[in-house]
Write a protein that binds this ligand. Sequence first.
Ligand code: AMP
Length: 437
Amino acid sequence: MLFTDLGLSAEILRAVSDQGYTEPTPIQAKAIPTVLEGHDVLAGAQTGTGKTAGFTLPLLQRLSEQKPANGYRPVRALVLTPTRELAAQVGESVETYGKYLPMRSAVIFGGVKINPQIATLRKGVDILVATPGRLLDHVGQKTLDLSQVEVLVLDEADRMLDMGFIHDIRKVLALLPKRRQNLLFSATFSNEIKRLADGLLDSPTLIEVARRNTTAESVAQVAHFVDKNRKRELLSLLIGSGNWKQVLVFTRTKHGANRLAEQLGKDGLTAAAIHGNKSQGARTKALADFKRGAVRVLVATDIAARGLDIDQLPHVVNYELPNVPEDYVHRIGRTGRAGNEGEAVSLVCVDEHKLLRDIERLLKTEVPKVAIDGFTPDPSIKAEPIQNGRQNRGGGRSRAGGNRGGNKSGARSHNAGASRGRSAGASRGQAGSRSRG
Ligand code: AMP
């Protein structure tokens, strides 16, 4: 199948072809005609599948078919995303694919000044991409009218619920017209997602590309057992000996991310940390430096990394396994994207054996274990419980609510969202990374 078979306009096809894409990915082939027909969609798709273009292209097409009446441009499409990074990326896609259309889009999220956003909204925006907290700030200030929204997209809905945004989402839903098209994208399907979908979607078309909770087949996975206090040494060795040029490393906590980036720097590796305590400017810079190769190692918490679109990222390392097995799937979804080969390495200490088993149970397959000479774990070291939510020893601010740095006006609603995190908050114990990564 080709893009030209999907019923998209010449302007959109030209923008797609500028990107060098000729064939739609499986989710695009299914979602584009369905969305064009006006159906609600429930799509199970991870990042890396091309889902963003899967909803952006038909959205642009539908909206461009109707001209705005006498200059007034209300928001007609609203895309909600869990994180600022994902909002920025979706916004970029809207710009990229809509560049030959007379369409206006805007991205709004917290952590940056609200006034420029107000000015942009005032000029009129057709497609708005937003994180829930800042969106509601605008609604509260009466700088945004959502009464003309025709299409709602919830992107990475599972992560929005994980981050405690359900109340914010419900508030937003109450502001939208009853008649509208709804598209819900989620990598995983918990009962909560099903409940949300039931209340939101009208006879949705189900679209599922990769099997739920399975990892992309193009990702080679491996686990190395290693003592906790030797993980950094092993990581530096793997990066150096493999001559890895670009590696995304996951830690469980913000403090852990900072510390590791610092230590890698001392090992002579250029490294930056990205998490919710960093200002938006610092996060954007770290990501840009990483993308252009000026920084070799990007150390991230789960939420900060969610939705990062880094083309052909070859290496992902789980420096610490996630407490929630689904996060493993999200993490390694950063590599082997859109058919590229990728490698996901997990460094597993004795404390984490159970987490690895939980992950394997979810994947319904074993992660191959490979021993590295000189790093055999010391059998006398006993497993200790993972310090849930208290990993900020010495780190000071990494609890939920401690993410105010650089989050000024967005802080209130986002922190509120985080602290409202459903009971999983307690079981995940990831107060720090849950709050916005
Ligand atoms: P997404 O799942 O939307 O985050 O997209 C993953 C990556 O695939 C992005 O880097 C896109 O630019 C890329 N991509 C999207 N559609 C296609 C396509 N039809 N062919 C090749 N790459 C694509």
